[in-house]
Design a protein around this ligand. Structure first.
Ligand code: GAF
Length: 395
C-alpha cells in the first residue's frame, strides 16, 4: 500500500460511517531508533528518526459531543461521549477496546492538557488507516497517537506546541493504554525531519536535528522485521524499567542519566549482577548516543557501524531484551557486509536495522532470509526506510 492509498482508505472508511466524502486527513509517521535504547525513561539521550510509513486519520466533526473512532483493520466503530472519557481513563481503561485506547486516550489527554471543557468541545469522527507495520518495534502506537493529536489540535483550535502534543501522546500510552514507556516515540513522530534524525535529551526535551547524510554516502537503512510480536503493556519492558529505577536509587541519583562510565566500578560493587548489567547498558548506551552524534557530524554515517554493533551486544548481553530472531538478523546482516546493525525499539521481538551500502540491499536481505530459513524461523520482512517529516495535516 502507498501513503496516498492509505489516506484514501481512511477517507473511504469515514464515508462509510458518516456519509461524508473526501474528508481532510492528518497523518503521523512510525519511527526507527538509530541508537539510544531504553535510555528515554532514564532521562537520557536518543537518536530516532521518523520513517515514511504513516498512519492517516480522516476527520469529520459532529454536533452531539461524541467521539467515534474506527480503523480499517476491523471496521467496528467505538463511540464515547467526550464527557465520558474521564470515567474510563485511567481506571476503567480495560473496558475500552484495546486499539481504541490510543486515539481515545489522546483525546482525553489533550482535553486536559489544553484545559478544554469536554462538555463544550466539538464532537468528532476519526477513521484510521495505517501503513506502519504493527508490533514491529516501529512505533505504530506513536503514529496513531500523533495522527490523533495533530488532527484534534487543529479541529479543536488548540495551540499547544509539538512537544506538548508529544506529551499528550505519552500520557495516553502510559495512562490510557497502561504501557510504562518513555517519550522517545511520540517526540520522533511529532518532530520528524526529512534526511535527519532527532537528537533528543529526554530530561530537558531539547531536540536537535542531526543530518544523517545516508543518501549522499550511498547508504540505506534496512529494516529486518522478525515478525515476532511484542507488547510494552505487559512483562519485560516494565521489569527493565523497575531495574533501572532500583539502580538509580542504589546510586542515589535521580535517574541513570546522572551516571557516567566512571561510576560503573562503584555501581558494580553496590548491586547484584542483574541490576548492574541493566545499569551498565543504560550508562554505556547514553555514551554511545553522544558518540554517534559526534561521529555523524565529524566523520559521516559510514563511521557509526561499530557503535551500532556495540549497542546490540549491550542489549543482548546486559539488558537482555533481544530474541534469537533479532540476533540472527543482526549477525546475518553483518556477515553479509552491513556497516552496522542492531535491534531497534523496546525489544522482545520486533525489528532490527542494518546500515548498508545501497548496492548491497538485495544481497543482505536475501542473506537474512536464508539465515532465518536455516534457523527454522518464519520469513522476515525486509525493507528500507528513509527519514521523513513528522505529524501534519495531509496536503
Ligand atoms: C519503546 C518505548 F515506547 C520507548 O519509550 C523506548 O523506551 C523504547 O521502547 C526503547 O528505547 O519504543
Amino acid at each position: 500500500m502507498t501513503e496516498t492509498n492509505t489516506a484514501a482508505a481512511a477517507q473511504t472508511l469515514l464515508e462509510t460511517i458518516t456519509g461524508i466524502s473526501a474528508a481532510p486527513t492528518w497523518s503521523a509517521p512510525g519511527r526507527v531508533n538509530l541508537i539510544g535504547e531504553h535510555t528515554d525513561y532514564n532521562d537520557g539521550f536518543v537518536l530516532p528518526f521518523a520513517i515514511q510509513h504513516r498512519t492517516h486519520a480522516a476527520v469529520a466533526t459532529r454536533s452531539d459531543g461524541m467521539i467515534r473512532v474506527v480503523s480499517t483493520f476491523d471496521q467496528k466503530p467505538v463511540a464515547f461521549a467526550l464527557t465520558q472519557l474521564d470515567e474510563f481513563f485511567p481506571h476503567r481503561r480495560d473496558e475500552v477496546v484495546e486499539w481504541a485506547r490510543y486515539p481515545l486516550g489522546v483525546a482525553w489527554a489533550l482535553l486536559r492538557a489544553a484545559g478544554l471543557d469536554a462538555s463544550t468541545a466539538t464532537g468528532v469522527d476519526l477513521a484510521f488507516s495505517s501503513h506502519v507495520p504493527v508490533g514491529a518495534g516501529l512505533s505504530s502506537s506513536a503514529a496513531i497517537e500523533g495522527a490523533t493529536a495533530s488532527a484534534l489540535a487543529d479541529t479543536w483550535g488548540i495551540t499547544l506546541d509539538r512537544v506538548a502534543l508529544a506529551q499528550a501522546g505519552r500520557t495516553a500510552e502510559n495512562e490510557a493504554v497502561g504501557a510504562p514507556t518513555g517519550i522517545m516515540d511520540q517526540m520522533a513522530t511529532m518532530l520528524g525531519h526529512t534526511d535527519a534524525a532527532i537528537f533528543l535529551d529526554c530530561r530537558t526535551l531539547e531536540a536537535a536535528v542531526v543530518d544523517l547524510g545516508f543518501a549522499d554516502a550511498g547508504l540505506e537503512l534496512l529494516v529486518m522485521d522478525t515478525g515476532v510480536k511484542h507488547s510494552h503493556a505487559t512483562g519485560g519492558y516494565g521489569e527493565r524499567r523497575a531495574s533501572c529505577e532500583r539502580g538509580a536509587s542504589i546510586m542515589n541519583v535521580a535517574a541513570l542519566r546522572d551516571l557516567t562510565v566512571d561510576d560503573l566500578p562503584r555501581a558494580e560493587a553496590l548491586m547484584d549482577d542483574v541490576t548492574f548489567r541493566r545499569v551498565r547498558h543504560v550508562v554505556t548506551e547514553n555514551q554511545r548516543v553522544l558518540d554517534t552524534v559526534r561521529v555523524l557530524r565529524e566523520q559521516g554515517p559510514t563511521s557509526i557501524g561499530g557503535l551500532l554493533i556495540a549497542s546490540h551486544a549491550s542489549m543482548r548481553d546486559d539488558f537482555e531484551i533481544s530474541v534469537p530472531e533479532l540476533d540472527t538478523a543482526v549477525d546475518a546482516a553483518l556477515t553479509a557486509g552491513a556497516i552496522g546493525a542492531r535491534m531497534t525499539g523496546g525489544g522482545f521481538g520486533g525489528a532490527a536495522i542494518a546500515l548498508v551500502a545501497r548496492a548491497d540491499v538485495e544481497t543482505i536481505s536475501s542473506a537474512v532470509a536464508t539465515a532465518f530459513a536455516k534457523a527454522g524461523f518464519a520469513p522476515p520482512a525486509t525493507f528500507t526506510v528513509s527519514p521523513s517529516v513528522g505529524a501534519s495535516k495531509d496536503a
